[in-house]
Design a protein around this ligand. Structure first.
Ligand code: ZN
Length: 324
């Protein structure tokens, strides 16, 4: 029986691996940049990077393939039979069966793949900010928005495994184009890309005079500038964060209407802005959800494991499914 698992989270910009023991303690970790190589067969570059990371973490800890189980979280629609059917933010791996590619690189590896935000939801539900709440949704705000739904204490997977692709709920049918091919998806408004876009719009409309002059032009205002200025208390930047918080709350209200979940755990790269963004979302949600103040309060909290949720959850799933 494996006493340790390696969880790997493949994101749009970086790949993070953690070595986890059965108590959920992270013993080691390593990260590299995500390869985006269009001209190779789908998923080959990602599989090689995951393979190298697993090998590196294992050998540093004197472990062989037989000693560990491996879980891999991938950004996009994961079918129940382990194919990454569609990955708008990692097109070079769309259509790949990464577990099969990993087994081709190392026939002894015991590995499973799952949606990255589903992995994050498992980590937060079992050990983090969702503990004790059997109906919760994990929302990862990064390049896009990922989702993992825990319903009655179980991960909701849907007919084919695609449940929880919440970033592509359409919240504005005439809105901006999304890499998925649709328009006005939620992730165009409330992800890292969403903050950047709303900031650009505000700058062009003359609503960010101080920041535009500091940055040297309206096209030079980045989402980090907004976050930093808002943290320093600049009113015009706080207004943009409040607007992002409203869009975040709109999506959460839709999810609450469908699922009656009362607890949202927010993680991902944008969580640096969470001290301002989450209270804004919490403020707006009551006025956006059906029944508002008549329903029990909905809580919006920051993730416990931050950017490590996905990798930790992938390792927990590897224990559960490969070495119970
Ligand atoms: Zn979309």
């Amino acid at each position: 029986m494996s006493e340790v698992a390696i969880g790997v989270d493949v994101g749009g910009t970086k790949v993070l691996a953690v070595l986890l023991d059965r108590r959920g303690v992270v013993l080691d970790s390593e990260r590299v940049l995500t390869p985006h190589v269009a001209e190779r067969p789908a998923g080959d570059a990602a599989a090689e990077v995951v393979h190298d990371l697993v090998k590196s973490v294992a050998s540093r800890n004197n472990l062989s393939s037989a000693d560990v189980v491996v879980g891999v979280g991938l950004p996009g629609m994961m079918s129940r039979d382990g194919v990454l059917v569609f990955a708008p933010n990692l097109p070079s791996a769309s259509g790949a069966n990464l577990a099969a590619s990993l087994r081709a690189l190392d026939p002894n590896v015991r590995v499973l793949c799952e949606n990255d935000a589903d992995c994050a939801a498992v980590a937060e539900y079992q050990l983090g900010a969702g503990r004790g709440c059997d109906d919760m949704v994990m929302v990862t705000l990064g390049t896009g928005i990922g989702g993992g739904i825990i319903s009655h204490g179980e991960l909701l997977r849907g007919r084919h495994g695609f449940a929880g692709e919440i970033g592509h709920m359409v919240v504005d049918a005439r809105g901006p184009r999304c890499p998925c091919g649709s328009r006005g998806c939620w992730e165009r408004f409330a992800s890292g890309a969403g903050v950047a876009r709303l900031a650009r719009e505000a700058a062009t409309a003359g609503r960010l005079p101080v920041l535009v002059s500091q940055c040297g032009g309206s096209e030079l205002v980045r989402s980090e500038d907004i976050t930093l200025a808002a943290a320093a208390g600049l009113g015009e930047a706080l207004d943009v964060i409040d607007e992002v918080g409203w869009w975040l709350a709109l999506g959460l209200a839709n999810l609450a209407a469908i699922l009656d979940c009362s607890h949202f755990v927010i993680g991902g790269g944008l969580s640096e802005a969470s001290t301002l963004l989450l209270p804004a979302a919490q403020r707006h949600i009551a006025s956006l959800v059906e029944g508002g103040p008549l329903r029990p309060p909905i809580t919006v909290v920051a993730s416990h494991f931050n950017e490590r949720s996905g990798a930790i959850g992938a390792a927990l799933l590897a224990f559960e499914r490969l070495a119970p």
